[in-house]
Every structure is written in C-alpha cells, then in structure tokens.
Design a binder for this molecule. Structure first.
Ligand code: SF4
Ligand code: SF4
Length: 307
C-alpha cells in the first residue's frame, strides 16, 4: 500500500510516496541507454561495513589500504561519529570505480548503488520488536531509466539488485548508528576513544581481527578455541562479532563472556565510580561518565570491553 506524505519537499528528487515491497514502480537501467554512467559521474556514496568487506576483497587489499586509497572521511552525525564515503577520481566528483564500460566493481558494488533509483528507510516504532521498511523512488533529472517501459515490484527489484544480503549483513550496524546518534546529547559528546572503537569495528576489519587475536583480548574475554578459530577464519562472522562487541562496549549489552575474575573486579570498580557520581550535578555527571567510559577502555588495554 502506498501512503502520501503531508509535506513533500518541492526540490527533492525523492518522490513523496512511500512504497511497500509489493508496490510497483517504473524504472529500468540498461547498457546503451543515453544517460549511461551519468549517475556515477557525480557521487556521494556512504559506505557500510559490508560494502568495505566486499570491495577490499575484490581488490585484494587490506582494509587499511582500501580505506587510504579508495575512500573519503565523513561524519555520520553532528557529534563527529566517523564514517566513510566512496572516493572520487582525481579532480572530479566521479566515482573512483567508474570506467567507460560502466562500473568497474559491479558484482561487489556498494549497497547504495544497488538501491538506486530507490531510497530506503527502516523505522522501528516504540515497543515494536521489528523494523518497518519503507521505499521511495528517487527521480533525478539526468536519469532516463524512469522513462523506460518496464515495471517491477520493489521485492523483485531488491532480488535483481542483490540487496538482501547487504541489508542482512549491515542490520546490526545500522541499529548501532541510530542508537549512537540518538543517545549522544543525553550523556554529552561521545569520547574520541569511543569513535576510534566504532571506526575500527565498523571499517577496519583486518585491524579488528588483529585485536581479537591479541593476548589482551584473550585475557579479558572467555571464548572457546573453536569460536576464536571461526572468527579469525570467517570475515562475515567476524563482522557480526564486531557489531556484538560494539554493542557491549558502547551500550553495555552483554553478549561476549568476560573472564570471571576480570568481570568481578571491573564491576566492583564501576559500582564505586557510579556511587560517587550519584551526588554530582548533571553537567559534572555527564563529564565524569565520559571519563568513566574512557577509563573502562583503558583497563582492558584494548579499545573496549565488557563493562
Ligand atoms: S561503485 Fe560502481 S555503481 Fe557505484 S558509483 Fe561507483 S561506478 Fe557507479
Ligand atoms: S538509467 Fe539512471 S541509473 Fe541507469 S545509467 Fe542512466 S542515470 Fe544511471
């Protein structure tokens, strides 16, 4: 079912009609169309962690090498949460992977490229356990695909473009970003350390693998040897573990068991500090909360840990 927005922005290419999976829309992109490559000549593409995983492996680069060579820094919110966008070709705003024959990384292109010419939003209502998905057609003047005589459902378009796998792999990360965006002002500006941790676990998968393999990590976390072997040998599993780790370190959502003695000692220290904070002003409490967060990270000698 479609639903009209009350106040559409007149200059936006996003069409003010929300579509569901079985709604149909008219669009087809094909080689030979007069606008071929136009959409990749002026890009602003936000990368997800799974985009990076696919692209770095396709190009046989480490995550660091890929980041340095093919991406641009950006901020995901007004507090400076770090993000990455796809790089541009020298002295232009064309995508770094654009070739005269089309996309140079087509079968591993990012989720945003797969979605085009659709916009996508996932919303969760208060007290609802599931997200609600909504889609919007994006009609840019240069794109002639909207005039092609071809209609399909959103569902079929998603299958054709292979976005399901990307959405599934990035689902928990999107939730972390939304929660981090919305919790920022409540506890003051997030610490630089929390941003570094977020960047490592989101984008630098090779760096995160080295961290999980480190002695410091094994001292703090109690995982069976076969789980270590699985994480160190399977990048998609490691990425999902990185999101679990972020939720534990940033939000205290405990899912990775800490070694008992380490956990008991940390809990005692944390209780002491929280008791001291209870008598402070709101401002001082927010400041100390940030300090507490940083000190918990330092205790692990690692960029995060079970609090
Ligand atoms: S990755 Fe490919 S599809 Fe995406 S903007 Fe670059 S060239 Fe275009
Ligand atoms: S039809 Fe649209 S998406 Fe396809 S090449 Fe042309 S501008 Fe790009």
């Amino acid at each position: 079912m479609s639903e009209e927005f009350k106040e559409p922005k007149p200059d936006s290419p996003v069409q003010p009609v929300s579509l569901a999976l079985d709604d149909r829309f008219r669009f087809r992109c094909r080689k030979g169309i007069a606008c071929f490559n136009k959409c990749c000549e002026d890009t602003d593409i936000l990368l997800t962690p799974y985009d990076l995983l696919r692209l770095k492996n396709r190009l046989d680069r480490s995550s660091r090498e890929f980041i340095d060579r093919y991406t641009r820094d950006c901020e995901l919110d007004s507090h400076g949460m770090p993000g990455l966008k796809l790089g541009h070709r020298e002295r232009s705003s064309a995508c770094v992977f654009l070739t005269p024959e089309g996309c140079g990384v087509y079968s591993d292109r990012p989720a945003a490229c797969r979605y085009y010419a659709l916009g996508h939003m996932a919303l969760r209502k208060k007290d609802s356990p599931t997200d609600e998905e909504a889609y919007f057609v994006v009609k840019e003047a240069h794109c002639l695909g909207h005039g092609e005589p071809h209609e399909q459902t959103i569902r079929d378009y998603r299958i054709e473009q292979g976005v399901d796998r990307y959405d599934e792999a990035n689902r928990e990360w999107r939730r972390i970003v939304l929660k981090k965006r919305s919790s920022g002002p409540a506890i003051g500006r997030p610490s630089q350390r929390s941003f570094e941790l977020f960047f490592l676990a989101s984008y630098d998968l090779d760096g995160f693998r080295a961290f999980v393999a480190s002695e410091g990590f094994r001292k703090v976390f109690d995982l069976p040897p076969e789980e270590y072997a699985r994480l160190l040998g399977d990048e998609e599993a490691l990425l999902q573990f990185a999101f679990r780790y972020l939720k534990q370190a940033l939000y205290g959502e405990q899912s990775i068991p800490a070694r008992e003695q380490v956990a008991v000692e940390r809990l005692a220290r944390q209780r002491e500090r929280l008791a001291a904070m209870a008598v402070l002003s709101d401002e001082e409490r927010a400041r100390r909360q940030d300090e507490l967060y940083e000190s918990l990270l330092d205790e692990d000698k690692a960029p995060g840990g079970a609090a």
